[in-house]
Design a protein around this ligand. Structure first.
Ligand SMILES: [Fe+2]
Ligand SMILES: [Fe+2]
Length: 245
């Protein structure tokens, strides 16, 4: 396997030419993500970013929002625009409220259907938090529920553990500290996130992802604490590698 070249590379960048609303939203999300990441990594000017955690997060939220909008019959334009723009003011307090206000101004200057801007505004305003959504009282309108779910889904699952272990705060720490970071994130920080989902497909997959990430950190803990230990239920099944399929 070839070693990756140094510095973060994303073949999907740079972001379009800004001719239509989605390219404009995407370019703004890229720019603001980069500002946040540069501050966080605190590297010399011109040094390549090792990993772009905010950008990766926003792209995942967009994909989740698009899929949920299609599956649930929501307004896809509003969901996608809200997803691209939801964290553009992430560095500030009340980033949902501030991000929504800026998103409205940005979308007004584009070819985005103007009658949908109000929906984007509400969705971004309501997306803040990790577990304040209530399954028994879904957010409204549906597009706000979808942005919440799309955003919070990215916080759950094994890929999210790889994601947080690639951030600046996970650099220069020991293996034990990495495990502790993964454990506290999983068992405390996002312990109630799955149950905050608003929509049925998101709730279903969030519960699966949460179970699997708990299983992952438990296996990791066992292998660290007891290097010769075996799982209680016998040997894990070895799946064929992709190259053998
Ligand atoms: Fe956010
Ligand atoms: Fe987010």
């Amino acid at each position: 396997m070839a070693a990756p070249k140094s510095g973060y590379r994303d073949e999907s960048l740079p972001c379009g030419d800004g001719r239509d609303w989605e390219n404009i939203c995407r370019a703004l999300a890229d720019k603001r993500s980069r500002q946040e990441e540069e501050l966080d990594w605190n590297l010399p000017a011109e040094a390549p970013l090792p990993y772009r955690y905010r950008w990766e997060h926003v792209k995942d939220v967009v994909e989740n929002a698009r899929m949920l909008a299609r599956r649930l019959g929501a307004d896809e334009d509003a969901c996608v625009a809200a997803a691209w723009l939801h964290d553009i003011r992430k560095l500030e307090d009340q980033h949902g409220r501030r991000g929504a206000a800026e998103a409205v101004q940005v979308l007004k200057t584009t070819d985005f259907p103007q009658h949908k801007i109000g929906t984007v505004d509400i969705a971004i305003r309501l997306h803040e938090g990790f577990s304040s959504g209530r399954r028994d009282k879904p957010l409204e309108p549906l597009e706000a529920a979808i942005l919440w779910d799309a955003d919070k889904l990215t916080k759950l699952g094994v890929p999210q553990l790889a994601h947080i272990l690639g951030t600046a705060r996970a650099m220069h720490i020991t293996q034990e500290e990495r495990l502790e970071l993964a454990e506290s994130y999983t068992l405390e920080f996002v312990a109630n996130t799955a149950e905050s989902m608003n929509t049925e497909p998101a709730l279903r997959i969030a519960r699966i992802r949460y179970r699997e990430m708990v299983g992952f950190v438990q296996i990791w803990r066992r292998q660290i604490d007891d290097p010769f230990g075996e799982p209680a239920d016998g040997q894990p099944r070895i799946l064929p590698s992709r190259s053998n399929v």
